[in-house]
Design a protein around this ligand. Structure first.
Ligand SMILES: [Ca+2]
Ligand SMILES: [Ca+2]
Length: 155
């Protein structure tokens, strides 16, 4: 009994902690783990920013489509054709400076452009198909959202 306690005590006394090599290896393993977490975090932030950009232009496309839908069926803005909206008057903050259609129109040229197409009598007679495309040209990537709606002639 006494001898087994003595053995345990000797075992504890013999343990001099970690060697320098063990500590270095632990630090390397920890550093590799931390680098992985940083890479994951960076990717996550980039993904969130990208998703926010797509949400922004999807919102603009929806808004424009609703605006066009609210017009009378024979409104000139709904005549068949392709329309590229003027950035200075499109009621959108194209250059992300917090001002919508600012006083100096030349300043309001930016990343966001809105274009829409109206096709008459397609896919069936007495309908107009409106396709709105909103494009955001960023520093490295271009995002685009296209939405389409059929507007019927209501008699
Ligand atoms: Ca604008
Ligand atoms: Ca602006």
């Amino acid at each position: 009994m006494l001898s087994s306690i003595r053995k345990d005590t000797q075992f504890v006394k013999g343990d001099n902690g970690f060697t320098l090599i063990e500590v270095l290896i632990a630090m390397v393993v920890f550093a590799i783990g931390i680098l992985g977490v940083f890479a994951l975090q960076t990717g996550s932030i980039r993904g969130n920013t990208s998703a926010r950009g797509v949400t922004d232009i999807a919102l603009i496309a929806t808004d424009r489509l609703e605006m066009l839908r609210s017009l009378p069926y024979d409104d000139p803005a709904l005549a068949a054709g392709v329309y590229v909206l003027n950035q200075a008057t499109d009621r959108v903050d194209n250059n992300y400076n917090g001002e919508i259609d600012e006083d100096v129109p030349a300043d309001e040229t930016g990343a966001i452009t809105i274009q829409y197409t109206v096709t008459s009598d397609w896919p069936i007679e007495r309908t107009k198909t409106v396709t709105v495309t909103v494009t955001h040209v960023g520093a490295s990537v271009q995002k685009q959202v296209t939405m389409q709606q059929i507007i019927p002639l209501i008699i």
